[in-house]
Design a binder for this molecule. Structure first.
Ligand SMILES: [Fe+2]
Length: 204
């Protein structure tokens, strides 16, 4: 099995406005890294179990069930956090074709931010602007956990993490203030890059 590597931050953990260095260091260095490490561990264990031929499928409890539950949680956690950290560190000024596509879909950037912020308030895990390969357009989806609510055939363009670990140190229970800070730190050149790649069916 090929091991996934922890992707380093492309910016200093202390540069974000309204999201502290401590939050970024814990979120990236411990939580995201934990998903990468667990994804690798689960992948190894599933490989060994499958090759052993000694697996039992039981939906109440089985080693296979435990690993399969962990597999999608860890892997989606890894992928979504990689998008989240990659699209931060910018000046927050929307630009590019992706801006035009968002304006066409939502009416204006203000309307998009208003709606996406509300979706972030309504989610228990993630609010995501994704390129939907079935619809061939940008769609907004929420998921309450990394493996609950994702739509297959979608490539995340803007993944907003709304788990409390993303903001509680900085804004307490004021999630809206964190979402505002998230928008203010977006790197729209990176978002444009992901949008263009996604339209070609490529993931970062
Ligand atoms: Fe997170």
């Amino acid at each position: 099995m090929s091991k996934k590597e922890i992707k380093p931050l492309a910016y200093d953990a202390g540069v974000l406005r309204g999201i502290s260095q401590k939050t970024v260091e814990i979120h990236h260095g411990k939580l995201y890294a934990g998903y990468v490490n667990k994804s690798n561990e689960i992948s190894d264990k599933l490989g060994i179990l499958r090759e052993s031929g000694n697996f039992e499928g039981n939906q109440t409890y089985s080693e296979l069930r435990g690993l399969k539950q962990g597999e999608t949680f860890a892997k989606n956690g890894m992928y979504l956090h990689e998008n989240y950290f990659a699209i931060l560190g910018g000046d927050g000024v929307p630009r590019g074709e992706v801006k035009q596509a968002i304006e066409e879909k939502f009416g204006s950037m203000d309307e998009f931010f208003k709606y996406f912020s509300a979706c972030g308030m309504a989610a228990r895990g993630w609010a995501i602007l994704a390129w939907d390969m079935q619809e061939k357009k940008l769609m907004q989806y929420n998921c309450d956990a990394q493996n609950h609510g994702g739509v297959w055939g979608c490539i995340p363009i803007i993944a907003l993490d709304v788990y409390e670990h993303s903001y509680f140190i900085d804004t307490g229970s004021d999630r809206a203030a964190y979402i505002k800070a998230f928008f203010d730190n977006l790197n729209w050149d990176k978002i444009e890059e992901f949008y263009q790649k996604a339209k070609r069916g490529e993931v970062e």
